[in-house]
Design a protein around this ligand. Sequence first.
Ligand code: GLN
Length: 532
Amino acid sequence: MKYIFVTGGVVSSLGKGLAAAALGTLLEHRGLRVIMQKFDPYLNVDPGTMNPFQHGEVYVLNDGAETDLDLGHYERFTKGVLSRANNITSGQIYETVLTKERRGDYLGKTVQVIPHVTDEIKANIRRLAEQPGDVIITEIGGTTGDIEGLPFLEAIRQFTLEVGHGNFLIMHVTLVPYIKAAGELKTKPSQQSIAKLREIGLYPHVLICRCERPLDAEVRQKLSLFCNVPLDAVVEARDVDNTIYEMPLMLQEEKLDETVCRILGLNTPPGDTSDWKKFVQRVVSPKKRVTIAVVGKYIDHQDAYKSIYESLTHAAASHDCGIKLKRIDAEDIEKNGPAKYLHEAAGIVVPGGFGDRGVEGKISAAGFARETKTPYLGLCLGMQVATIEFARNVCGLANANSTEFDLDTPHPVIALLDEQRSVTNKGASMRLGTWPTHIRDGTLGRQVYGTGEISERHRHRYEFNMKYHDLMTSNGFIISGRSPDGTLVELIELAGHPWFLACQYHPEFQSKPNSPHPLFRGFIGACLAHLS
Ligand code: GLN
């Protein structure tokens, strides 16, 4: 196993996760088996309890781990299907160390950051190395110099000593800003962040230089000299104009994969990335565009619905079209009604969410889609609001609601199951991870999936209330997917509507560039048909 550690300098938001994922893409295209891992230095045990405004989307894995959104990039950019072991936080490390301490595992020793915390960090890399693979790419969250990141960097220093030269590589992502007044690119911030890294005992082999303008020969020379890396290890990563999926191609042009393989002694042929290029081409120059409205409450946040936006992109590319995204604040719909915001949309998506802010707006959006026969894709909460809307406006159940939003509703069409009622802990207490679903023959869902047996990832507490099954279905509400024992509703659709599908799970976590998720692909197909 070879080990690549990805660190970041100067500022956050440099796209370290993307750079790591893009390198993963390139190494896979060279025939290597790549394992991606992320270390997050915060003390939360996982990001599941963090506000999306703070942290963006929570990405859910098959095993139910609630993880950082970079894991989404990893799964979309590589073939890897990740698990809990691929995202480790300081919170988890400390939780383990403290549990061991309480159990007496340290036999009376003083428990310290070095060696106990650092040992635990290294053990996590070693555990991952037992999986089949050629390279582990570990990204360290945060920026070099952050106090909270130090135990991770120290653990990596020790680890590199253990595995020895030729078996590891440090790739440092840095910023090379253009200063207008001087009319030039500046290398000093990079020099300083690398000096910081050296102080910690890590010597980068490769620099990924984020920049708005191309690095000229002189700047490259300077970075090479002052940062102590060979010239061909100074890699330009200019801001991508069109799509993040250009990143691997850009890094390939800079021969990053070649340099990395040379340093690690990996004798591999150049990768054929023509499949990736074709996909990027379709995203960059679409033949037409289709307007999709996403009605949510974190619409100003770039990352809160990340996987949904990416899944729409994948699906659209497979239809040779692009997306014109309209992000709509559900609270605006509450104030002004849905028509103003949704009349131009070829399709409407209502994503997942928690808490009652904006819920009535999402319910109206589902109603608008039902009445105007606009294609609708409801994801988790998007399925619950569609159910509430149908109960209220088609079945005549006034004030029907989810007990999440109204505990005293006369018609709790969405409610907690008995086993969830006694749960008081907030962390990891939902229905999480992959569960199988049976899809009924003869339904739109069956047609869209092309199979009756599927597995999808979940993250929710509330469920469709089976007490309303007969009333709802007799009015045209179709339950097309259920848990294998038949007790939980997973997928619904509406009779007489051309394309209205809503699921209790999160299909957006299983879409890849060249294999879009069937629900998203079907949805975009329906949106195109709706236009014509
Ligand atoms: N808040 C809802 C529930 O917990 C929906 C969750 C979601 O959309 N992820 O069931």
